[in-house]
Write a protein that binds this ligand. Structure first.
Ligand SMILES: N[C@@H](CCC(=O)N[C@@H](CS)C(=O)NCC(=O)O)C(=O)O
Length: 231
C-alpha cells in the first residue's frame, strides 16, 4: 500500500504473533498506512521464503520492495524512516542505549522465562515463575510513573517492546494455565502500566493503535500450541 508520502509499506505476519503486532503498533502509532498480509506458518508462502530466506519468520516489513527483518530492528527502522512522526526511541543517546539494553534483556531473559513458564508442569511452575518475576522486577523499577508509559507521557519504543506481556501473558497464558502470573501486589506499577497499555475502550485513541488478536481465538490457539509441544 502506498502511503500519502509515496512509500509502499506491507507487513507480513501471523495473527497470533506478538512480534507482528508490535510492528503493527509502531506503524499505527506513527500513522503510517500499510497493507497487512497474513502468512500461513505451516505452509510458508514463496514470497515469505524469498523475503526472509534466513530465519523464514514473521514479521517482515516490506518497504518499497525491500524486506526489513526482526521486530526490534523493524521498530528502529520505522523510527528512522518516519522520524518526524511520534518518535519511538528517546532523544538522548544515553537514554536510547538504556531502552535498547532493556529491550535486549527482555527478548533474551524475558522470552525464555515466559517460554519455560508456559511449558512447565505444575511441579516446575514455582521455579519458572521466579525467573519470570526477576524480569518483572527490572521492569517495575524502570517505571517512574511520571506518565502512563515507560518514557513518560508518550507511548514509545519500550512500551511496544514490553507490550506483549499484558495480553499474551496477563490474559492468554493466565487463562490457558489457569494461574495468576502478574502479581498486582508485588508489581503495582507494572500492573498499572499494563492496564494503561490495554485500555482501549471504544473511542480511546489507543483503540486504533494497539491491535490484539481476538481473546477466544488466542486462548484456543495457545492451548493447542502448548498441548502439541508437550505431546
Ligand atoms: N525474534 C523474532 C521472532 C519472530 C518469531 O518468533 N516469529 C514466529 C511467529 S511469533 C515465526 O515466524 N515462527 C515460524 C517459524 O519459526 O518457522 C522477531 O522478534 O521478529
Amino acid at each position: 500500500m502506498r502511503t500519502s508520502s509515496g512509500d509502499v509499506v506491507q507487513l507480513r505476519g501471523m495473527w497470533a504473533s506478538p512480534a507482528v503486532h508490535r510492528v503493527a503498533w509502531a506503524l499505527r502509532l506513527k500513522g503510517i498506512e500499510y497493507e497487512y498480509v497474513e502468512e500461513d506458518l505451516e505452509k510458508k508462502s514463496k514470497a515469505l521464503l524469498e523475503l526472509n530466506p534466513i530465519t523464514k519468520q514473521v514479521p517482515v516489513l516490506v518497504h518499497d520492495g525491500k524486506p526489513v527483518l526482526e521486530s526490534l530492528v523493524i521498530l528502529e527502522y520505522i523510527d528512522e524512516i518516519w522520524g518526524d512522526r511520534a518518535p519511538l526511541l528517546p532523544m538522548k543517546a544515553y537514554e536510547r542505549s538504556r531502552a535498547r539494553f532493556l529491550a535486549f534483556f527482555l527478548e533474551d531473559k524475558g522470552r525464555e522465562a515466559a517460554r519455560k513458564l508456559f511449558f512447565a508442569g505444575e511441579e516446575d511452575r514455582k521455579d519458572s515463575l521466579k525467573a519470570f518475576e526477576e524480569v518483572l522486577e527490572v521492569l517495575e523499577k524502570e517505571l517512574t510513573m511520571k506518565g502512563d508509559f515507560f518514557g513518560g507521557h508518550h507511548m514509545g519504543y519500550l512500551d511496544l517492546v514490553v507490550g506483549w506481556i499484558p495480553f499474551w501473558l496477563g490474559v492468554v497464558v493466565e487463562k490457558v494455565l489457569d494461574f495468576n502470573l502478574i502479581d498486582v501486589v508485588k508489581f503495582p506499577k507494572f500492573a498499572t502500566w499494563s492496564k494503561n497499555f490495554l485500555k482501549h475502550s471504544p473511542g480511546d485513541k489507543l483503540e486504533s493503535i494497539i491491535t490484539l488478536p481476538p481473546e477466544d481465538m488466542a486462548i484456543e490457539y495457545f492451548t493447542k500450541f502448548r498441548q502439541l509441544h508437550l505431546a
